[in-house]
Write a protein that binds this ligand. Structure first.
Ligand SMILES: [Zn+2]
Length: 278
């Protein structure tokens, strides 16, 4: 597994929020590059192309019919329904590059000094935007970064750890109930060697994207999954917390909400982790 170096030291002043997005390697090898599996060349669309809340800007001809595009467009309803969010129509610009070198050149020019990442989400005072390469990892990357877009379009003042935990949850391909096997195995391994114990109040203290380690991403995902799947009704802790967030007001502590409702939450989340499918 590889993880790119993260740093927030060089955020452009116009940037309000930047996804602390990680780039874990996955074992998936799905060919979703332009034209892959496409039989009808005439079905290609010119760009930019608006589909739902997403505006695609690609430096190649984007297939008009592509299951990944369909998936990230449909992700909007899944996220808003699952989290009971007020739907937003604020556009999310998705910038796609056929070639990684062109992507890096564009991002470094647009956000000078910003650390290199496989894909990024950027919120400025003018727009929500995702930048990614249409490569081997594009499916996971787009589900993750576009999830940030939908969340930021609807939820003000979202804490960093929760922003990433939710994006890690929604990046999992459909049919897996949000179970991120990479995180499950990593957390179990760290638990076994004494390298990790859950600590939600500690996660809540993280405010710089560069502070998040792979363990932090994994634990953030675990808390989200625990709240959404462990017990009927427990998801209202998460949805109620999200509904409580207000622009310009410090976010409260979800850990306090969890502690008031779940007995021994840190033990409970470990037990839950042990019961998840590998
Ligand atoms: Zn992210």
């Amino acid at each position: 597994m590889r993880r790119t170096t993260l740093s927030t030291a060089c955020l452009a002043t116009a940037v309000i929020a930047l996804g602390a997005c990680r780039s874990f390697n996955s074992n998936r090898a799905i060919d979703l590059r332009p034209g892959a599996g496409q039989k009808d060349a005439a079905a290609y669309l010119a760009h930019p192309t608006t589909v739902g809340q997403l505006v695609f800007h690609a430096d190649f001809i984007l297939p008009s019919e592509n299951r990944l595009i369909d998936e990230i467009v449909a992700e909007r309803q899944i996220i808003y329904e699952k989290l009971r969010l007020k739907p937003s129509d604020r556009q999310i610009h998705v910038h796609l590059f056929a070639d990684e070198t062109d992507y890096k050149r564009h991002v470094s020019r647009r956000f000078p000094g910003f650390p290199e990442r496989r894909a990024i989400f950027v919120e400025t005072d003018r727009e929500l935007a995702v930048y990614a390469t249409w490569g081997e990892a594009v499916a996971e990357d787009l589900r993750h970064e576009v999830a940030h877009g939908y969340l930021h379009a609807s939820v003000p003042n979202l804490p960093l750890w929760l922003d990433e935990g939710l994006a890690e949850y929604f990046e999992v391909s459909r049919g897996r109930d949000g179970v991120n096997r990479l995180h499950v195995n990593y957390l179990r391994g760290q638990l076994a060697v004494g390298g990790w114990r859950p600590n939600l109040p500690r996660l809540e203290q993280l405010i710089e994207a560069g502070e998040l380690t792979q363990l932090d991403y994994a634990e953030s995902w675990l808390w989200v999954h625990f709240l959404l799947h462990s017990e009927a009704g427990r998801e209202t802790l998460l949805t109620g917390y999200l509904a409580s967030l207000r622009p310009g007001e410090p976010a409260g502590s979800l850990a306090d909400w969890v502690k008031a409702s779940v007995e021994n939450p840190h033990e409970a989340v470990v037990t839950y982790l042990r019961g998840l499918p590998k």
